[in-house]
Design a protein around this ligand. Structure first.
Ligand SMILES: [Cu+2]
Length: 164
């Protein structure tokens, strides 16, 4: 129950409208919604390193889950034309269609690992800015996150650092 200020709500609404044409998942049957397995998601530690390029930026965060399993299916923001989900393995990035948010577990995005790729930026974010981003899940309602833009080298989890 983390209520966001009105502004990000408006942004999310706009993003939702823009996306409406892409969604064909209105056929979800509520009966399959087992109450006991309901995911309980929380997003923390979000940040975007100030991008070096005008067109592309990356983003990181952690989703913790105190309930049943879920899936991160897409991410939207009014700042970018497209946001893709990437994993990194052996220093090679790979685009993913979705990421599992395991039951009673977490989905971690960190430098050198999973990351968001903001493509075709509408403007270049600067350190100190906040970027409104909406995370979309298979089961849970979308979660809005105000992602702070940090220094280009910012890394809160240096232990996981790898070149990227
Ligand atoms: Cu990438």
């Amino acid at each position: 129950m983390n209520h966001r200020p009105l502004l990000s709500g408006a942004v999310a609404l706009a993003a939702g409208l823009a996306l409406a044409g892409c969604s064909d998942s209105s056929s979800g049957d509520k009966a399959a919604d087992k109450a006991a397995d309901k995911p309980e998601l929380k997003v923390a530690g979000a940040f975007m390193p100030e991008p070096a390029m005008d067109t592309m930026a990356s983003g990181f965060f952690t989703v913790t889950n105190k309930g049943g399993d879920d899936k991160l299916t897409s991410v939207t923001s009014s700042i970018a034309q497209q946001i893709t989900l990437h994993s990194t393995k052996n220093n090679a990035m790979k685009e993913q269609k979705s990421f599992d948010v395991p039951a009673n577990g977490e989905l971690d995005f960190a430098r050198g690992g999973n990351h968001l790729m903001f493509e075709e930026l509408k403007h270049k974010p600067k350190q100190g800015d906040k970027v409104a981003v909406t995370l979309h899940f298979e089961k849970s309602d979308p979660i809005e996150v105000e992602v702070p833009v940090k220094a280009a080298t910012y890394n809160p989890k240096p232990g996981k650092h790898a070149s990227h």
